[in-house]
Design a protein around this ligand. Structure first.
Ligand code: FES
Ligand code: FES
Length: 157
């Protein structure tokens, strides 16, 4: 059995603890131990963004980030973007603009979009596109997603 490392961190606004093997990825930790299944395992190689999470407000790839790195940090998944009243204004903008395209890419897109808005409260189209460039969708496109981020920025989040 692999040695376990005790970690304590904030996950979606709640302090949690876990004993994890040093080789475990953060994505596996949030999905398998905490049943937060929004973030997905897509490529598993850092290429698609489906596994995106926020760590201390910065986007990270859950498939490549060791779970032990979460110790003492604040981790947010797409589920954690929701407020007490349900969807966040950003998530509602995704719905309104038809930017919820599939369950595989959308949680990662929302996390990347949240990171864009944290860094640029009123982002340009270029800043939005740059922020989303690590999140792949090969089936639909990015127009509605960019419009959703613009709408969320315009209406406050
Ligand atoms: S699953 Fe992590 S980048 Fe694709
Ligand atoms: S991967 Fe989700 S809509 Fe293309």
């Amino acid at each position: 059995m692999q040695p376990q490392v005790e970690i304590r961190f904030t996950l979606n606004h709640r302090v949690v603890t876990a004993a994890v093997p040093p080789t475990m990825a953060l994505l596996e930790l949030v999905r398998d131990r905490f049943q937060l299944t929004g973030a997905k395992l897509g490529c598993g190689e850092g290429e698609c963004g489906a596994c995106a999470l926020l760590m201390d407000g910065e986007p990270v790839l859950g498939c490549l980030t060791p779970a032990v790195d979460a110790d003492g940090r604040e981790v947010l998944t797409a589920e954690g973007l929701c407020g007490a009243k349900g969807l966040s204004p950003l998530q509602q903008a995704f719905v309104n603009e038809g930017a919820v395209q599939c369950g595989y890419c959308t949680p990662g897109m929302e996390i990347a979009a949240e990171a864009v808005l944290l860094e640029h409260p009123t982002p340009t189209v270029e800043e939005i596109r740059r922020g989303l460039e690590g999140n792949l969708c090969r089936c639909t496109g990015y127009v509605a997603i960019v419009e959703a981020v613009q709408a969320a920025a315009g209406g406050g989040r």
